[in-house]
Design a protein around this ligand. Structure first.
Ligand code: NAI
Length: 397
């Protein structure tokens, strides 16, 4: 079929298999161009199909020839209906990894469930024995608690008071004011339940019990801090509470891994266009101003640049892992540089529909958004008939 983007708000209903494959190839080329990473050899990535998780998988496999198992929750394609992009990304990743002689297997299903944890552990036992690195990179609006079967939904709301500020519809470039009512206690608790650290700790606990974590294992989850303008909806909002919980969980996990010399870290990453971040009000306007500023200063990075730098310069540099006073790894250092933040703050004050095209990188935002779904890549013929029914080589469901 000929596959075109069908965009609805902050999602796109279609994805292009060859564009997704191009995206994966570009990321692999980038990692290879940066040389060898003296990293782990056996890696599990939970949330491996898009965004930071996919980039972590690529950095592991193509930076250090690691064997990788990827867990994700994606829709497979059917005749006339495209898959979600993470499906096509994973198909392309496995093709590339296999062609390079690397072990790569994938599990598609709900990572919050006991079944998927069990299947993953069994696959590790069967094929790898143990893993040296576990990346936890889930971004989900819902979580079913496997103990109670209760379904929890996260919300993106401020806490304590109503929030009003600018936002942008990145498709039209229209800057408008948005107001969001504060969350109630239940919404806060539910968001922590979905995006906090409980499930991460469950994974690590189950894996430790099963003996599939190697001595000296590292486990890593991703967080975000960001600037003052996004604080009410992000770091001081419901999602921020979940991130506080995630960060606190890292300490608990490290304690639980003492007997095998393991450590848990949270890495604070840069704001980037992903499926998860496009859904958060205010963030797209901030990102478009940030992109413009960071590109002008030659500091811009995407997911793969961030993860490559995280692995090479922070996790596996041969030196002690540098952290801030809360034991977090900071790979958002360039985003948070004072000259970058001062400039973005200046731009934020004057941003409107008429000037955003000039003072912000709306085009870059839109392009990155299309790229998430495999559209807008050079070298892909979008007019050509394309086979939408693409299989992931190794999938276990
Ligand atoms: P993403 O939406 O690109 O990726 C989410 C991944 O989770 C996908 O692989 C998806 O298949 C998987 N997933 C979702 N629900 C699942 C489930 N129930 N079972 C199995 N897999 C499931 O998200 P992104 O942006 O890469 O986020 C990953 C982490 O990075 C999140 O913790 C996010 O808060 C954090 N982060 C994101 C930033 C951003 O600007 N995008 C900045 C800093 C941190």
């Amino acid at each position: 079929m000929i596959i075109e983007p069908r965009i609805r708000g902050f999602i796109c209903l279609t994805a292009h298999p060859e564009g997704c494959a191009q995206n994966v190839k570009n990321q692999i080329e980038y990692v290879k161009s940066k040389g060898k990473i003296n990293g782990p050899k056996r890696v599990l990535v939970i949330g491996a199909s898009t965004g930071f998780g996919l980039a972590s998988r690529i950095a592991s496999a193509f930076g250090n020839q690691a064997s990788t198992i990827g867990v994700f929750f994606e829709k497979e394609p059917s005749e006339g209906k495209t898959a979600t992009p993470g499906w096509y990304n994973s198909a392309a990743f496995e093709n590339e990894a296999t062609a390079a002689g690397l072990y790569a297997k994938s599990i598609n299903g709900d990572a919050f469930s006991n079944e998927i944890k069990e299947q993953t552990i069994n696959l590790i036992k069967q094929d790898l024995g143990q893993v040296d690195l576990v990346i936890y990179s889930l971004a989900s609006p819902v979580r079913k608690d496997p103990k109670t079967d209760i379904l929890y939904r996260s919300t993106l709301k401020p806490i304590g008071q109503k929030f009003t500020d600018k936002t942008v519809d990145f498709h039209t470039g229209k800057v408008s004011e948005v107001s969001i009512e504060p969350a109630n206690e239940e919404e806060i608790a539910n968001t922590v339940k979905v995006m906090g650290g409980e499930d991460w700790a469950m994974w690590i606990n189950d894996m430790k019990q099963a003996g599939v974590l190697a001595d000296g294992v590292l486990t890593l989850a991703y967080s975000y801090i960001g600037p003052e303008v996004t604080e009410p909806v992000y770091r001081k909002g419901t999602i921020g509470q979940a991130k506080d919980h995630l960060e606190a969980t890292a300490f608990e996990i490290t304690n639980s891994l003492e007997s095998i010399n393991g450590k848990a870290y949270v890495s604070v990453n840069k704001a980037l266009v992903t499926q998860a971040s496009s859904a958060i009000p205010v963030i797209p306007l901030y990102i478009s101003l940030l992109y413009k500023t960071m590109k002008e200063k030659g500091l811009h990075e995407g997911c793969i640049e961030q993860m490559q730098r995280l692995f090479q310069d922070r996790l596996y540099s041969g030196k002690e892992i540098p952290t801030d006073d809360k034991n977090r790894i900071r790979i958002d250092d360039w985003e948070m540089r004072s000259d970058v933040q001062e400039k973005v703050k200046e731009l934020w004050a004057i941003a409107n529909t008429d000037n955003l095209d000039k003072i912000g990188d709306l085009a870059g935002y839109k392009n990155d958004f299309l790229n998430l779904f495999g559209f807008g890549f050079e070298g892909v013929n979008y007019k050509a008939d394309t086979n939408e029914v693409v299989a992931v080589l190794s999938i276990k469901i």
